[in-house]
Design a binder for this molecule. Structure first.
Ligand SMILES: [Zn+2]
Length: 287
C-alpha cells in the first residue's frame, strides 16, 4: 500500500481505515491503513510504503507485483501506472470517483484497451474535482468494491471483459460501456511511454487541502540530522516515516507546517501557492 499523504479530518467521512485519532495526529495514511487492517486479519502481511509514486521510483516500489490497484487522485499518476503496466504487461485496475459519480475498469495489456485508449489526454478545463464537487461518502465504497472484485478475478486467472463500469450512487444508476483498443494509442499502440520517461514533476497542490507537495531533490535525506538543524528554528518532531516541522516564525504572513519524508519530498501545509511552498522548501529542506 503506497501513499504519500497524511490523514485529514475531511477524509473520515469516506474512509473506513482511519479514525479521529489518526486525523488529530496527522498519521500517515499508509501506516494508519496497515494498522487497521492487521487488526481485522493478522494472517496477511501488509507493507505500508510512504512515498509519492513518480517516474523515478515506480520501478523500485512496484517491482515483482502481480497486480496494481489504482486508488490515486490524479491523471498524471494514473498515466504513469498505465505506462509502467503496459510496458511490463502487468494487469491493473483503474478506479475514480467525484461527487456521487465513479467508474472503474480492468486493464489487461496486450488483450484489451489501456487507459490512454479510453482517455488519450487528461481532461482539461472546468472538470469537477474533489475540491469543487466533493466526494459523496458512499461512492468511494461502491467503486472500491468493484475494483476489489476485478482484482480478485484477475488474481484468480479470470479475464474481465473490456468494459467500463460507471456508478451514480445518488441516483442508483450503473452503466457498462464496452471499450476498445485504439490502434493510434500513444501508449499501448506506439509504446511511447512519455510518463515513464522520467521528466521532473512540478509542485502539486493537493486536492481538497490547503497544502502543496514539493519534490525537488534527488537522493535520500537524513531526517535525524535535519531534525537537529531545524530544532533551533521551530518545533521539529520525527518518527520512522517523517519529520514534522513547524517554523517558529510565520512565513509570508502564514502559519505553515512542513512534513518532510526521507525520499526528499515535503508537504507544505497552510498554503496553496507553489512559489511560496518552493521557497519554504529551499529554506528549510533544500540546503
Ligand atoms: Zn492504449
Amino acid at each position: 500500500m503506497i501513499d504519500r499523504d497524511q490523514v485529514e479530518w475531511s477524509n473520515l467521512q469516506r474512509q473506513w481505515l482511519f479514525d479521529e485519532a489518526d486525523a488529530r495526529e496527522g498519521q500517515l495514511k499508509a501506516v494508519a491503513a496497515a494498522r487497521q487492517l492487521v487488526k481485522a486479519n493478522s494472517s496477511i502481511v501488509y507493507e505500508p510504503v510512504v512515498a509519492d509514486i513518480d517516474a523515478r521510483n515506480i520501478e523500485e516500489h512496484l517491482e515483482g507485483v502481480d497486480l496494481v490497484v489504482d486508488a490515486t487522485d490524479n491523471f498524471e499518476t494514473r498515466y504513469l501506472l498505465n505506462d509502467y503496466c503496459v510496458d511490463l504487461g502487468l494487469p491493473w485496475v483503474y478506479g475514480a470517483a467525484v461527487g456521487s459519480y465513479g467508474l472503474a475498469f480492468a486493464i489487461l495489456p496486450g488483450e484489451g484497451p489501456c487507459l490512454r485508449c479510453v482517455y488519450p489526454e487528461s481532461p482539461k478545463g472546468a472538470q469537477p474535482t474533489c475540491e469543487t464537487a466533493g466526494v459523496l461518502n458512499t461512492i468511494t465504497g461502491q467503486v472500491g468494491f468493484w475494483q476489489a472484485s476485478l482484482a480478485m478475478k484477475l488474481l484468480g486467472g479470470e479475464k474481465p471483459a473490456s468494459v467500463l463500469t460507471t456508478f451514480d450512487t445518488w441516483e442508483g444508476k450503473t452503466r457498462q460501456v464496452a471499450v476498445e483498443r485504439d490502434a493510434a494509442c500513444p501508449c499501448c499502440g506506439a509504446r511511447n511511454f512519455e510518463f515513464l520517461d522520467g521528466r521532473r514533476r512540478a509542485p502539486v497542490s493537493l486536492c481538497g487541502r490547503d497544502a502543496v507537495q514539493i519534490h525537488e531533490r534527488q537522493g535520500r535525506l537524513d531526517l535525524a540530522a535535519l531534525e537537529k538543524e531545524l530544532a533551533g528554528l521551530g518545533s521539529a518532531k520525527r518518527n520512522e516515516f517523517a519529520l514534522r516541522f513547524v517554523p517558529a516564525e510565520k512565513v509570508g504572513g502564514l502559519a505553515l507546517e512542513v512534513t518532510i519524508f526521507p525520499d526528499g519530498r515535503a508537504i507544505i501545509k497552510g498554503t496553496t501557492d507553489p512559489a511560496l511552498a518552493r521557497s519554504v522548501y529551499a529554506r528549510y529542506v533544500g540546503r
